[in-house]
Design a binder for this molecule. Structure first.
Ligand code: SAH
Ligand code: SF4
Length: 401
């Protein structure tokens, strides 16, 4: 694989002058008002911001294009704005994305970024090319860690640290697009699809995930169609309903088991919202989508746990009424998980059992394994948040080589 290790350049903090290391310690700098970070603002929020500084609403669309389509973070370069406005913006606002700690490309073309967010936590973002490079799917994180503790997920083992802000969520798309190159035209986007399948449970960070997804869809933002933005959830039922009231992006459900006893073990939130409640929520969600839509059912295959014929048969019966496609994900092992990946033959047998029952299930091939970018490995080797040092960056590099 090829590896590019970026300089450790954490994003400057609000009110601090990035070019002057001692500025923050002066009394004047301490008293400096916080600048508004425009990166995570939805169109409505940005319009309100411009009105609040005595400018016209239409400036929002101009700024959004600069930020999200050109990947700019420099007001001075925004040549269709007057000089006084550019100077005013530099005083009161900023465009501050996450700092890039590490960037690597796997031998299969998968690219991964380790990003440092506000409090020094790390999140990871992965860009997966497919269909001869025509599709480039970005896997985006929504939280640092996760509170739901699914038994086969390394993010769950890490515990919950905090929700990402809207700027930190859309900042992942922004960083990936800037690295790959600015969008030239709609047919040639650096990022063609987004899946909220990175670290965290997106529906437990609804208030930040929804504005970030709106920016993904906005014509002045990333302009992706709602079918190309997918939210994956382990089944936070009331929030599925709430999502359906706000937007109709594609929905993926992390099912992994077709009976409550087994799902309680694998996906503990099932004890609160069981399979029946979850499938009912899926039907309600689809009823709100104006077009013909299917739910994606994610099923992580774990050796001798949920990969037997009886499990495939139960799954087929369970999903009979739901317009859906099934995506089988062979378990990605991590240290001390206690689980194993099924053999390739067993995976194919499971796929065949579903096929015999009338389902055309796809098997998700594991991508980016050599840079720890595969599903469930997103925590990778980036665990120790307290040692944000050259030594740490070096260890990431060694793991990636
Ligand atoms: N929290 C959300 C989204 C992030 S997880 C959810 O659970 O849906 C994204 C997908 O990766 C989920 O389907 C999850 O079950 C799967 N996954 C997690 N750990 C895995 C592992 N070790 N091997 C294979 N898939 C895994
Ligand atoms: Fe959280 Fe999803 Fe991992 Fe479960 S699978 S612990 S919900 S990130």
């Amino acid at each position: 694989m090829t590896t590019t290790v970026a300089q450790h350049t954490p994003a400057p903090r609000p009110g601090a002058d990035a070019d002057s290391s001692d500025a923050a310690s002066t009394p004047a700098a301490k008293a400096a008002p916080e600048r508004h970070n425009l990166l995570g603002m939805s169109r409505e929020q940005m319009e309100a911001f411009f009105l609040s500084i005595g400018e016209k609403k239409f400036r929002a669309a101009q700024l959004m294009k600069w930020i999200h389509q050109e990947g700019s973070d420099d007001f001075a370069a925004m040549t269709n704005l007057s000089k006084p406005l550019r100077e005013k913006l530099a005083q009161v606002a900023e465009i501050r994305g996450p700092g890039v700690i590490y960037e690597g490309t796997s031998s299969d073309g998968t690219r991964k970024w380790v990003l440092e967010v506000e409090d020094g936590s790390y999140v990871e973002t992965v860009l997966i090319p497919a269909e001869n490079g025509k599709r480039r799917t970005l896997c985006v994180s929504s939280q640092v860690g996760c509170s739901l503790d699914c038994s086969f997920c390394s993010t769950g083992k890490q515990g919950f640290q905090r929700n990402l802000t809207a700027a930190e969520i859309i900042g992942q798309v922004w960083v990936a697009q800037r690295s790959v190159g600015p969008r030239r035209d709609t047919a040639n986007r650096p990022v063609t699809n987004v899946v909220m399948m990175g670290m965290g449970e997106p529906l437990l960070n609804f208030d930040n995930v929804v504005p970030a997804m709106k920016l993904m869809l906005d014509d002045n933002g990333y302009g992706l169609s709602k079918r190309r933005v997918t939210l994956s959830t382990s089944g936070v039922v009331p929030m599925i309903d709430k999502l359906g009231d706000e937007m109709d992006v594609s929905l993926a459900i992390s099912l992994h088991a077709a009976n409550d006893e087994l799902r309680n073990e694998l996906v503990p939130i099932n004890r609160k919202y069981n399979i029946r409640a979850l499938l009912d929520a899926c039907h309600r969600y689809l009823a709100k989508c104006p077009d013909n839509r299917q739910i994606t059912i994610e099923y992580t295959l774990i050796k001798d746990v949920n990969d037997q014929q009886e499990h495939a048969e139960q799954l087929a019966v369970l999903l009979k009424e739901l317009p859906c496609k099934v995506n089988l994900i062979p378990f990605n092992p991590f240290p001390n998980s206690g689980y194993e990946k099924p053999s390739r033959n067993q995976t194919m047998r499971f796929q065949q059992w579903l096929y015999d029952a009338g389902y055309n299930a796809t098997v998700r091939t594991t991508r980016g394994e050599d840079i720890d970018a595969a599903c469930g490995q997103l925590v990778g080797r980036v665990k120790d948040r307290t040692k944000r040092s050259a030594r740490h960056i070096q260890s990431v590099q060694l793991d990636a080589d």
